[in-house]
Design a binder for this molecule. Structure first.
Ligand SMILES: Nc1nc2c(ncn2[C@@H]2O[C@H](COP(=O)(O)OP(=O)(O)O)[C@@H](O)[C@H]2O)c(=O)[nH]1
Ligand SMILES: [Mg+2]
Length: 700
């Protein structure tokens, strides 16, 4: 019953640590799959997948490529995202479009932070996986080490599917255990040669095959019975057992070879079709869940073409030739190009433009797309990555992309006044393409602030800004958004009186300010009894307080975490007005704060650093120097994770420092944790600095 209308489909993303060979492997898959005539190379900038100018310049992927091709009557949608930690939004989004994943392991490197994070998401999404151990043509790359990584770091049961033959620079084959054949191949031809297994490789193959048989037999009683009875399983039984074990994530079939030399790739490609689930099979095992955008009612979809149309947008980009494109994974139903649908995430109707298939930078027009397919749609006005599109009368909304927050911020300034508009326009376009990039004008510090996931991410954004919009900027350290609060209870009066001639002004109130626990913000209370201030003026007092809170008396930063109670006052029947009580409220608040032992608060960040073991001492020492508090340290086979609480002010230029301390092997992510009091010895300096700045601004 599987996809009778169209060809079978496999949607697969390739993920790994940066530089493990995803793009090279994608290229080799296309080559073996007959989609390209020659094997391109990342180093020469000739792969189908890495084509953007930034990718060619950096010689690494910076954006997810979609590679659609056909093999064995199966449509394969291969996604090749970048691996760098600061571009993690791309693979995280790609995972939402696929039904299975190929994990590339390389050399003796274990699971680094970026793959660790992806692995966590893969588990959440319960995506079936295959592993490809790449680079076996290189010195020091060992297959057993990779199996150990699967066991220890991915905490999975690896099942080797091949026996690598003569790993090293001249490697030209693997023994495919399922085929019981030696598969010979090389970079000069897309054809593989299947020959019988030479006698000296027979014991290794039998040993691997035995492991496979036992693993498969254990997954199902029927298979176990057959194995016990015959001492063997047929190829059909093996494939059937493997398929269901992969689909339910019971174990990880492990392939191996060299993407660069086109070795072992054919077996992997075969497995993509034979062992990975089709979209329908995946959703039969775990139905899709979405909610009604208005009622929140939960609905399930089985991912069939007969259901109402729904699709998930996992990437948007501006293509130089076709314009705005939204990459969509159709999850249910069928949709025609140029029809009108609902964007359930944004509650707006969208008129769909043309539909395209995508092969790297090449596009082909198609008229419709059905469940399981991936299609690029032109001209969507309000749709962003993470949105759900659906049939208007059957609305459903799937969960958002769940992307990490930016960690690194810069204040940016246009190189020339004439470029300010270009910068602003360009950056707004770039953030529409990339949900992990943030661009805001900070009302408090009056700066334009660009935030990203790391230095590479910011650099790439600026390169694109230059290339696509012809605008250049300079980067500065952004100002810190400090806050003020109080440490003691205090009371004060605010009396505003102007009663000379004509209609006068009269407002008078007594306020009590009390510290609130950190993060509680602001509470206003009316404790006036006996009509000392008429009820209708109380909101005006509150307004005055709120206005005064915007600029604290110490440094001009907003006041937070304060309970303000108005408890007494007086009024004048004629002269009292809202405005006079508002002014009185502001005056009383400022005075009360003076007596309340005001202090400065600074933003504290939770920082998670991963550093190679030999650099951990240096990293921890440096964190101490940054007023950081270590929260925990934990280790895996290759690196240690340090979790610390550090003031944002000490982290503004952390990325290059960590790089230098760890020889480029350290990575970190950070997130806002809370506001903490600035140590007294630093407070004076910060206050002086901001007062001086305010003076200069005022003088201009
Ligand atoms: N020796 C060798 N080098 C490889 C292999 N696969 C990839 N590389 C090289 O490793 C580098 C990173 O490869 P790339 O495919 O861009 O990795 P990605 O970041 O995972 O996409 C490039 O210089 C490739 O030429 C391989 O199987 N053997
Ligand atoms: Mg790549």
């Amino acid at each position: 019953m599987e996809e009778t209308r169209v060809r079978p489909i496999r949607n697969v993303a390739i993920v790994s640590n940066v530089g493990a060979g995803k793009t090279s492997l994608s290229e080799a898959i296309l080559y073996v799959g007959g989609a390209i005539p020659t094997l391109g190379s990342v180093v020469q900038g000739t792969t189908v997948s890495d084509f953007e100018p930034e990718e060619l310049h950096h010689r690494c992927s910076t954006s997810t490529s979609l590679l659609q091709f056909t093999w064995n009557q199966t449509t394969i949608n291969l996604l090749d995202p970048p691996g760098a930690l600061s571009l993690l939004g791309e693979p995280l989004a790609a995972l939402r479009a696929v039904d299975a994943v190929i994990i590339v392991l390389h050399g003796s490197t274990g699971v680094r932070t970026e793959l660790g994070r992806l692995w966590a998401r893969i588990k959440e999404l319960a995506l079936p996986c295959l592993v490809f151990v790449n680079g076996l043509d290189k010195e020091g790359a060992a297959f057993p080490t990779a199996l150990e990584v699967c066991r220890k770091e991915l905490e999975c049961v690896p099942v080797p599917m091949v026996v690598p033959v003569d790993p090293g620079a001249q490697m030209e084959g693997v023994v495919d255990v399922l085929q019981a054949k030696l598969i010979r191949s090389g970079p000069a031809s897309a054809k593989v040669e299947q020959v019988s297994v030479p006698a000296h490789l027979e014991p290794a193959m039998q040993e691997t095959r035995k492991q496979l048989l036992e693993a498969v037999a254990e997954t199902e009683e029927k298979l176990l019975d057959a194995y016990v009875a015959q001492g063997d399983l047929s190829r059909e039984e093996l494939v059937q057992g493997l398929r269901s074990a992969v689909c339910t994530r019971q174990f990880l079939p492990v392939y191996a070879g060299s993407a660069l030399r086109n070795v072992g790739v054919w077996s992997l490609l075969d497995a993509m079709v034979e062992l990975l689930p089709s979209p329908a099979e995946r959703f039969a095992a775990q139905p899709l869940r979405g909610t009604h955008p208005d009622t929140g009612h939960v609905y399930e979809r089985k991912g069939s073409a007969q259901e109402p149309f729904s699709a998930y947008v996992f990437k948007t980009l501006i293509d130089p030739f076709v314009g705005w494109l939204s990459y969509c994974r159709v999850l249910s139903g069928i949709v025609q190009a140029d029809s009108t649908v609902l964007n359930a995430s944004k509650h707006v109707r969208e008129k769909l433009g043309h539909f395209y298939t995508v092969f790297g930078k090449r596009h082909g027009a198609v008229g419709s797309a059905g469940a399981g397919e991936i299609v690029a749609i032109g001209k969507l006005k309000d749709t962003q990555a993470g949105d759900t599109l659906c049939q208007e009368n059957e609305p459903i909304c799937y969960s958002g992309l769940g992307l990490p927050r930016p960690v690194l911020s810069f204040a940016i300034e246009a190189k020339s006044k004439a470029e300010i508009d270009k910068v602003s326009l360009g950056l707004h376009k770039l953030i529409e393409e990339d949900p992990t990039l943030e661009f805001v004008r900070n009302a408090e510090t009056k700066e334009m602030v660009l935030s990203g996931m790391g230095q590479l991410h910011i650099d790439l954004a600026l390169e694109k800004l230059h290339r696509k919009f012809g605008a250049d900027v300079t980067l500065h350290t952004p100002k810190i958004p400090y806050r003020e609060t109080l440490k003691a209870k205090s009371q004060a009066q605010g009396k505003y009186k102007k009663q000379t001639g004509g209609h006068g002004q009269y407002g008078d109130c007594w306020l009590e300010v009390t510290p609130l626990p950190r993060g509680e913000g602001f509470i206003f209370e009316n404790r006036v009894v006996g009509g000392a201030i008429p009820r209708n003026f109380i909101p005006a007092v509150e307004k005055g307080v709120v206005e005064a809170m915007r600029e604290g008396g110490l440094s001009g930063f907003p006041v937070v975490d304060v309970r303000v109670a108005v408890y007494d006052g007086s009024y004048h029947v004629v002269d009292s007005s809202e405005i006079s009580f508002k002014i009185a409220g502001s005056m009383a608040f400022r005075k009360a704060m003076e007596g309340a032992h005001p202090v400065l608060l600074e933003p504290m960040m939770t920082v998670e650093i991963e550093a190679p073991t030999d650099a951990v001492g240096a990293v921890m020492g440096d964190l101490n120097g940054r007023r950081g508090r270590i929260v925990s340290v934990s280790a895996n086979a290759h690196a240690e994770q340090i979790k610390a609480l550090v003031p944002l002010a000490e982290l503004l230029k952390y990325a290059p420092v960590l790089n230098a301390m760890t020889g480029g092997r350290g990575t970190y992510v950070m997130d806002f944790a809370r506001y903490d009091e600035v140590p007294r010895e630093l407070t004076g300096k910060i206050i002086d600095q901001y007062k001086a700045e305010r003076h200069t601004v005022a003088a201009h």
